[in-house]
Every structure is written in structure tokens, then in C-alpha cells.
Design a protein around this ligand. Structure first.
Ligand code: ZN
Length: 167
């Protein structure tokens, strides 16, 4: 485990945030080299599958010319969802390190556990809590800001209804 890779994933999550997406970032590492980088792009790409992990896996597969990323490790700022956990199994990822747990859809032990599902043909090792505070704070700050923006927009709409520009 190398926290520098998680730091890199956090910087990719910031890119997602700049694009108006929920800030999640992921990197795929093989033999000490980053071969895949991804950040959440579902909204900008109109693609429900464009999660950070999927984007990173896609790039990594192209880089090594094989969808099977044997011995590769993946770092992601948020616990993977069921779709991403399954994609990691298909890609034969060796181990995933994640930052914050996902209390709603975490598929690496929090809500369910697909990574070492007994019947799966490949098991992905996993470790959570890597730079957890930093990862969680990035997400929470995003949702705080978004709530504040929504509230402000609502209040602005109300003021318009009143026809009073000073309201
Ligand atoms: Zn996902």
C-alpha cells in the first residue's frame, strides 16, 4: 500500500468536482506504475457506468492491451459500488484500497461484499480506510456545498415569486 497513490486519486476526484460530478477518483497501479486514471464522469458523459473505477480500468486495459489486469492494484477514494466491484473481478484486480466507506452502496463489506463472494471465480483482496478522513471530507464538503447552493436557488426563486427584488 502506498498512500501516494490515494493522494493521486484524491486529486483526480477534485477534477470530477470541477466538472460538477460527485468527487470520486481512482488509479490502477501495476509494477509501481500508474496505468489507469479515472474520475467520476457520469453526468458529463451521460453514462451511468462512467464511475471513476470503470474509467481507470478502461484506460489500464488499453495501456497494457489486455482487459485482464493481473497483479494490478486499484486505489479509489470511495468504497466501490456493486458495478465497480464486479468490473474489478472481471479485470482480475489483485487488490483494491479504498478511502471512505459507502454506507449506501458499498460492495466491499459495508452494505454487501462482492469482492470475496464465495462463488466468484476470482477474489479481489481489499483494504478500506486508506486516507479515510481526507477522502470523506472531500465528499462531505461537496455535498455541503451542493445543499447550500440548492437552498440559495430555492430562496432566489421564492424572492422572484414575491415580485420583490429586495426580498
Ligand atoms: Zn461504481
Amino acid at each position: 500500500m502506498n498512500p501516494e497513490y490515494m493522494q493521486f486519486a484524491i486529486s483526480l476526484a477534485a477534477k470530477a468536482e470541477q466538472e460538477g460530478e460527485v468527487p470520486v477518483g481512482a488509479v490502477v497501479v501495476l509494477d509501481g506504475k500508474v496505468i489507469g486514471q479515472g474520475w467520476n464522469r457520469s453526468i458529463t458523459q451521460h453514462d451511468a457506468t462512467a464511475h471513476a473505477e470503470i474509467m481507470a480500468l478502461r484506460q489500464a486495459g488499453k495501456v497494457i492491451g489486455n482487459y485482464r489486469l493481473l497483479d494490478a492494484e486499484l486505489y479509489v477514494t470511495l468504497e466501490p459500488c456493486p458495478m465497480c466491484a464486479s468490473a474489478m473481478i472481471h479485470a482480475r484486480i489483485k487488490k483494491v484500497y479504498f478511502g471512505a466507506p459507502d454506507l449506501k452502496t458499498g460492495a466491499a463489506g459495508t452494505v454487501m461484499n462482492l469482492l470475496d463472494y464465495p462463488a466468484a471465480n476470482h477474489k479481489v483482496a481489499y483494504e478500506g480506510g486508506v486516507l479515510e478522513d481526507e477522502c470523506r471530507e472531500q465528499l462531505q464538503a461537496f455535498f455541503r456545498r451542493r445543499r447550500a447552493e440548492k437552498k440559495a436557488a430555492k430562496q432566489a426563486a421564492k424572492a422572484d415569486d414575491n415580485g420583490d427584488p429586495c426580498a
